[in-house]
Design a protein around this ligand. Structure first.
Ligand SMILES: O=C(O)c1ccccc1NCC(=O)[C@H](O)[C@H](O)COP(=O)(O)O
Length: 212
């Protein structure tokens, strides 16, 4: 018998095609992530992101996923109607000061010894922490066993978004470890580098499966 845990919302990250929006609508995702990072294979232009976003159901929140976001880019993201700014790398002071959008601070965990440092600072200006694996959208989990209680404590009072190598097989374990508000996935819901309708549906089904 599985112990009852909270049912988190689901973010599907790295949309690159209009049909990806259809997949999220059909599967009932809660958040859609658009990657603005030139080095990523999931990078999209603002124009392309706007085109895809226009096909999303109104109740799916749009997350702009960025790395060391430049202040000059913030207004453009706001103009396109994004709901949340997700910032990996450095969170610049000017960015915090200039936007009213909720900020999700991503912490890419590679060295568990430095976990506390990753969560340090910026606390008052952020809405949530994305606890993510090493690399950007790398599809690898961090050490849940070593980190879960510390991550829960460090993110207390903020939203916790669990990311990094989640898939339909491990997501319920991740939920039990972290009790996240949101689970965030990209790599495992792809087939040949493209989002897969079937994998997205399967992932969301697993997250929302009734507890027994
Ligand atoms: O996905 C990317 O290419 C990416 C590039 C730059 C910054 C962040 C990126 N993805 C970050 C995410 O939103 C999450 O880490 C992602 O959904 C989890 O990815 P995965 O481990 O592949 O499931």
């Amino acid at each position: 018998m599985e112990k009852t845990v909270n049912r988190p919302k689901v973010k599907i990250c790295g949309l690159t095609r209009i049909e990806d929006a259809d997949f999220l609508n059909e599967a009932g995702a809660d958040y859609a992530g658009f990657v603005f990072y030139e080095k990523s294979r999931r990078n999209v232009s603002l124009k392309k992101a706007a085109e895809i976003a226009a096909h999303l159901s109104a109740d799916i929140k749009k997350v702009a996923v960025t790395v060391s976001l430049e202040p000059a880019f913030v207004k453009e993201i706001e103009t396109l109607g994004f709901d949340i700014l997700q910032v990996h790398g450095t969170l610049k002071t000017e960015v915090k000061e200039m936007t009213a959008l909720p900020i999700w601070r991503a912490v890419n965990i590679s060295d568990t010894d430095t976990l506390e440092e990753l969560f340090a600072g910026n606390r008052e200006s952020i809405e949530g922490y994305v606890a993510d694996g090493a690399g950007y959208g790398g599809g690898k989990p961090f050490d849940w066993e070593v980190c879960s209680s510390r991550v829960r404590a460090l993110s207390k009072g903020k939203k916790l978004i669990l990311a990094g190598g989640l898939d339909a097989e491990n997501v319920r374990t991740g939920i039990r470890y972290f009790h996240p508000d949101v689970v965030d996935v990209s790599s495992s819901v792809e087939e040949d580098g493209k989002k897969s309708r079937q994998k997205i549906e399967e992932f969301i089904r697993k997250v929302r499966k009734d507890e027994q």
